[in-house]
Write a protein that binds this ligand. Structure first.
Ligand SMILES: NC(=O)c1ccc[n+]([C@@H]2O[C@H](COP(=O)([O-])OP(=O)(O)OC[C@H]3O[C@@H](n4cnc5c(N)ncnc54)[C@H](OP(=O)(O)O)[C@@H]3O)[C@@H](O)[C@H]2O)c1
Length: 329
């Protein structure tokens, strides 16, 4: 088969579409998927640069999510079946013509969605749902602050929160992105280049939940922006890994800080990928099927131009996701 390989670590130019050994057939509980499209994630850019190695046992080919058609089902797999249109959450290997993955990490393509759009869903859906709903218990009437509202994660988080009856505030670096966030349902837009989000949130009594992509750089101000009993969910470290935490301020608000990673979660059992995927199927997939939550895709790029897709994501000009077309290689 063919896959996007890395000619060493470095800039986007190290990505090469090349022949690689075929994968073994799916084992018990696994399926093989002929890939149609793969989502591009910020984590892929870090892995390409050598800063985010795959967890033990995972493929070293980039790619954390795909859509496609089931080619073969291993022993014991009753769902999905060969021929089914699916999307899947991976620990790696998605920029390739075929993947083999545990059936418990596979979801049907929601009704009415094309396969390329479905590739934009598994990573954002699993990250947002596991943090906002499963961890923080986001519910109607709460105020959620989403940093980087125009990101792949942000554009999905806004829609999920609005559907649960929450109010959403977002930060972004341009008016264009803030406008797009407002179209998706955000009611408070904060241009972080011009405004202080702590001040803006203070006018509403603080955020009940913050979904944070910045890590260290925003840690002190995130704690200041929390409401009483507020929860900070750290999912990214774009602003560094080591920050200063004012425990007195956190304690005075009875605040909580969560920090989670998706890729390193076990396949099954407590806090696993399978647990999250089952929740998505039960609660989120019906919302997507009825069009209440839609995948936001900025661009579809042929996988042979994966370097360009990485440049696009790094340009900070994208709103939503970039998807690679593997079937057009
Ligand atoms: N922990 C997990 O399991 C997990 C899973 C998936 C993703 N993530 C993380 O979630 C984050 C978003 O991922 P993605 O794939 O959706 O990335 P993405 O689409 O590349 O978005 C990154 C965003 O960061 C924003 N940004 C940059 N500087 C900012 C600042 N100072 N304040 C607020 N926003 C700022 C950019 O928007 P502007 O142009 O507005 O600056 C951009 O929209 C990443 O940090 C990623 O690593 C974590």
């Amino acid at each position: 088969m063919y896959a996007a390989t890395l000619d060493g670590f470095g800039g986007p130019e190290v990505i090469r579409w090349a022949e690689v050994p075929d994968l073994p057939p799916p084992g018990p509980g696994e399926v093989a998927i002929d890939v149609v499209a793969a989502g591009v994630n910020r984590a892929d850019l870090l892995q390409r640069q050598g800063f985010y190695p795959p967890p033990p046992g995972a493929s070293d080919i980039l790619g954390l999510e795909v859509s496609g058609v089931v080619a073969e089902a291993g022993a014991g797999v009753r769902d999905p079946r060969p021929g089914d249109r699916v999307c899947a959450l991976l620990s790696g290997g998605g920029y390739a013509q075929r993947v083999v993955v545990a059936a418990s990490q596979v979801l049907p393509v929601p009704e009415g969605l094309d396969l390329a759009a479905a590739a934009a869903l598994p990573e954002v859906a699993a990250t947002v749902w596991s943090n906002l709903v499963m961890r923080a218990g986001l519910h109607a009437g709460q105020l959620l602050l989403v940093h980087g509202g125009g990101s792949g994660i942000g554009t999905h988080a806004i829609q999920v929160a609005v559907n649960r009856g929450a109010r959403v505030a977002v930060t972004a670096g341009s008016q264009y992105k803030l406008d797009r966030c407002a179209e998706l349902g955000a009611s408070i837009g904060i241009n972080y280049r011009e405004q202080d989000f702590v001040e803006v949130l203070g006018e509403s009594g603080g955020a009940d939940i913050i979904l944070d992509n910045m890590g260290a750089k925003y840690l002190p101000r995130n704690v200041s922006a929390l409401a009483e009993d507020g929860q900070l969910c750290v999912i990214g470290m774009q602003g560094g890994v080591t920050g200063e935490l004012n425990l007195a301020e956190l304690l005075g608000k009875r605040g909580t800080i969560h920090a989670t990673n998706l890729r390193k979660r076990p396949a099954t059992g407590k806090s696993s990928k399978a647990e999250i995927i089952a929740e998505l199927r039960r609660h989120l997939w019906p919302l997507i099927a009825e069009g209440a939550v839609v995948p936001v895709v900025h661009a579809e790029v042929p996988v042979t131009e994966a370097a360009h897709a990485h440049e696009l994501l790094d340009s900070a000009e994208t709103v939503g996701k970039v998807v690679l077309r593997i079937d057009e290689a």
